[in-house]
Design a protein around this ligand. Structure first.
Ligand SMILES: [Zn+2]
Length: 316
């Protein structure tokens, strides 16, 4: 009986040699799983964070609750332009008596505009009185970025992009006077000053991570000292912003405001359901007193679509 349990010396040796191989296999496995996870995150970026995937509205989240704290990975970024000159900073503009919710970077018409991070293109549209040709990308790190006044789109809704992929050409479309890129960074529709994340003058990020802690608050973690003196370009931006006849702030134009109101109304009326194990379209429909057809319509799926656990479905 004991003989059956104890292995001959050669067998033990084999097991000893096998152990590192197993470890290696596990490592390969975890790399494969990691890749799979990354691919899934690219196909459906930051899906744990966002309640919906809306392709018609830039502001699509209404009064959604913001996370208490979120660590945003800024590594593997790419600057959206090769230009380093910020012509107008984020914040209140006295001249126009309103907030500038993005940052303007000098550009020549036709300059290539690139995705700042990996992600998926959520909106590609034209707004005459506002952003002009605009692209919105949802990133795997939870941020959304907005690229306005493009002369041309080079991407489509639903395209998966890597940081640095061309998504458009710089221009002067919409409510803009002079070619430039209007660039916004948002989290669940909440604006974050892009200069807190990017150091345009040095074509770098300000840290490896940015920890979002509610409206207007956050901390940087990583290689750069956030208390370091401001870089050149800031002064230039402040002094030249008055001269920059850029008055886009599109979401305040009536057309866009209407869109936003509609989106917010839609977001208020839309509720979400997270698919649990064993649920089907009909059980979910029954639970929320709606129909399978309405669920399919609201989520752009068919009755044959296979639901996955954790998938977010909209219903109203
Ligand atoms: Zn702007």
């Amino acid at each position: 009986m004991f003989a059956a349990l104890s292995l001959p010396a050669a067998g033990q040796d084999l097991i000893a040699r096998q152990a590192p191989v197993d470890k290696k296999m596990r490592a390969i496995d975890s790399v494969a799983i990691q890749r799979l996870f990354e691919q899934e995150n690219l196909e459906d970026p930051a899906s744990d964070l966002y309640p919906n995937w809306e392709e018609s509205f830039i502001n699509a989240y209404g009064n959604v609750e913001l996370p208490q704290e979120l660590k945003i990975d800024l590594r593997h970024f790419c600057m959206p332009t090769s230009n380093r000159i910020v012509t107008s900073q984020y914040g209140y503009r006295r001249r126009f008596r309103r907030q500038h919710k993005g940052l303007d970077i000098d550009a020549n018409k036709g300059d290539t505009i690139r995705s700042a991070f990996d992600g998926k293109v959520r909106v590609v549209t034209f707004q005459r009185g506002g952003y002009g040709n605009v692209v919105v990308i949802r990133h795997t790190n939870g941020l959304e970025t907005v690229y306005g006044h493009l002369s041309k789109h080079l991407t489509k809704v639903g395209s998966v992009v890597k940081a640095g992929d061309p998504i458009g050409l710089a221009g002067n479309t919409g409510r803009s006077y002079g070619a430039h890129l209007h660039f916004e960074t948002r989290l669940l529709g909440e604006y974050i000053d892009p200069s807190k994340l990017f150091d345009f003058a040095h074509q770098d990020v300000t840290g490896d991570f940015y920890v979002f802690r509610g409206r207007g608050r956050g901390t940087l973690i990583g290689k750069h000292d956030p208390s370091a003196p401001k870089v050149e370009g800031t002064d230039l931006a402040e002094t030249s912003s008055a001269e920059t006849a850029d008055e886009e702030i599109s979401y305040e134009s009536s057309e866009v405001a209407k869109n936003n109101q509609r989106a917010q109304r839609a977001a208020r009326n839309t509720r979400i359901h997270k698919v649990k194990k064993g649920e089907t379209l009909s059980s979910i429909a029954k639970k929320h007193r709606t129909t399978v057809a309405a669920l399919c319509r609201a989520n752009g799926i068919s009755t044959r679509t296979k639901l996955r656990i954790g998938q977010i479905l909209k219903y109203s």
